[in-house]
Design a binder for this molecule. Structure first.
Ligand SMILES: N[C@@H](CCC(=O)N[C@@H](CS)C(=O)NCC(=O)O)C(=O)O
Length: 220
């Protein structure tokens, strides 16, 4: 039994849960996991018992022994510190700062994209309408990806060369753009293909497909 345990929401819908999970699985970090079913109360996903798992009443939460660490980015920072040999942040300080900037921008932004195009991993790809604000978010994400790939493409197929926490943070956006059939330009398209083909993403998707729960309000 691993002494790390990740508490997750429904794999089909819980975009914040995917972030630490994909980084830890891709890096080969051992952990136990438990999926807590999110429901829907009219305003957003909820589960009356989430407080039993998470001090913030939200998922994901990582338990190291009895100690909870919540907020996806804080979890990712913690597992990077615990496993420095996995190089979940780029080794070069300036590149690391850029990767952190991209990861933080994801954590703090893109509200229209997130609310109008909810993550729905198992959805059959098809187009939907979305607002100019969501389009602006998509354009900015595309710019971040294309700029990172142009600067760091020689080092590997991910945003900053090797897989980093920045890739984990954008994994749910890759999934959204794929299932709502939103085409991007340039290197961003190739980057999406790389992320969608990752064994860790495929494993998450298979689990999402197998889940029995449907949250109607998250289906578009
Ligand atoms: N800022 C948090 C967001 C976590 C979050 O909103 N999680 C959603 C599921 S993806 C949740 O737990 N929702 C339950 C609720 O709001 O009641 C993070 O980065 O971990």
């Amino acid at each position: 039994m691993a002494d790390l345990k990740l508490i997750l929401g429904n794999k089909n819908y819980s975009s914040w849960s995917l972030r630490p999970w994909i980084a830890m699985r891709h890096a080969g970090i051992e952990f136990d996991e438990e999926v807590v079913q999110l429901d829907f109360d009219g305003d957003g996903p909820f589960n009356a018992h989430l407080k039993d798992y998470s001090p913030a009443g939200r998922v994901p939460v990582l338990f190291h022994g009895d100690t909870p660490i919540w907020e996806s980015l804080a979890i990712l920072e913690y597992v990077a510190e615990l496993n420095p040999e996995k190089e979940l942040w780029p080794a070069d300080r300036l590149v690391r700062a850029q990767a952190r900037t991209a990861a933080n921008e994801m954590h703090a932004s893109f509200g229209a994209l997130r609310s109008e195009l909810p993550m729905n991993v198992r959805r059959e790809p098809s187009k939907v309408d979305y607002s100019p604000s969501a389009r602006k978010d998509i354009d900015r994400v595309q710019e971040i990806w294309n700029d990172a790939r142009a600067a760091h493409g020689d080092g590997g197929p991910f945003l900053f060369g090797s897989f980093s926490i920045a890739d984990a943070m954008y994994a749910p956006v890759v999934s959204r753009l794929a299932v709502y059939d939103i085409a991007l330009d340039g290197a961003a398209t190739v980057y999406m293909e790389t992320m969608l083909a990752l064994p860790a993403y495929q494993e998450w998707k298979a689990a999402a497909v197998a889940e029995p729960w449907v949250i109607e309000a998250e289906e578009r």
